[in-house]
Ligand binder design. Structure first.
Ligand code: C5P
Length: 222
């Protein structure tokens, strides 16, 4: 392995940020993902010499040097952009993809009506991009990694996710660790692997965690 560029010749696809699911032309369902973790991973992989495609949901972050960025809005767009960026040696699904989307976005702004004090939205499941990539018949990357933001039973939930989604690594956020998580510059992770091994990283700046995660992936691809 080239020590300065351990990922030279490798292709990475990374997803980052939230998705926005449109209700009407002015409203959407979103979440608080800042995209910082995924952008840090894309940057770390590029620094390690990989060819990196970054599929980004709506975030306000600068494109890391040497990274090809594709901007998307919804879960369906994210799935299409990720599949279009394959084949790759590794897919890292760091995006906080919405699980539900309105059945159809209203073509006009929904109006409040006198006498109606509730609004019912019908939501349908979005594609599970991580599971789709991990079980793809022809385009499955050699290494597929996902994230898990669990608030309880971290181990059991992360291990169940490994199996259910057929991924190789799940990096579980230690939700509730002070100063870490969604909008923070720091995070703490426990990485669960298929082979049963675990690795605790942080609390540390997302840049340092991303480098450790990319190093782990480089070792597994070597
Ligand atoms: O099932 P859960 O949402 O907790 O799993 C989180 C992981 O799955 C993340 O890596 C996320 O990017 C991915 N995911 C996805 N598509 C979805 C939901 C989650 O790729 N619709």
């Amino acid at each position: 392995m080239n020590a300065a560029a351990p990922l030279a010749g490798r292709r990475f696809v990374v997803s980052a940020g939230p998705t926005f699911e449109d209700i009407d032309p002015v409203r959407y369902i979103g979440n608080r993902s800042s995209g910082k973790m995924g952008f840090a991973i894309a940057a770390a992989a590029a620094r390690a010499g990989a060819d990196v495609a970054l599929v980004a949901g709506p975030v306000h972050l600068a494109t890391p040097e040497g990274v090809r960025r594709v901007d998307v809005r919804s879960a369906v767009q994210l799935r299409d952009a990720v599949l279009a960026a394959l084949p790759a040696d590794a897919y890292i699904g760091a995006a906080a993809v919405a699980d539900w989307t309105p059945r159809a976005a209203a073509p006009h702004k929904l109006k409040k009506r006198d006498g109606e004090d509730t609004l019912t939205l019908e939501l349908v499941r979005t594609p599970d991009v991580l599971a789709d990539v991990a079980s793809h018949a022809t385009l499955r990357p050699r290494l597929v990694a996902g994230f898990a933001a669990e608030t309880e039973q971290l181990d059991a939930n992360a291990r169940a996710k490994l199996e259910r989604k057929r991924v190789d690594l799940v990096a579980a956020n230690l939700v509730g660790t002070p100063g870490t998580g969604f909008e923070s510059d720091d995070n703490a992770l426990v990485v669960f692997a298929r082979d049963g091994s675990t690795l605790t990283l942080g609390p540390a700046p997302k840049r340092a965690l991303a480098e450790a995660l990319v190093q782990l992936i480089a070792e597994r691809l070597a």
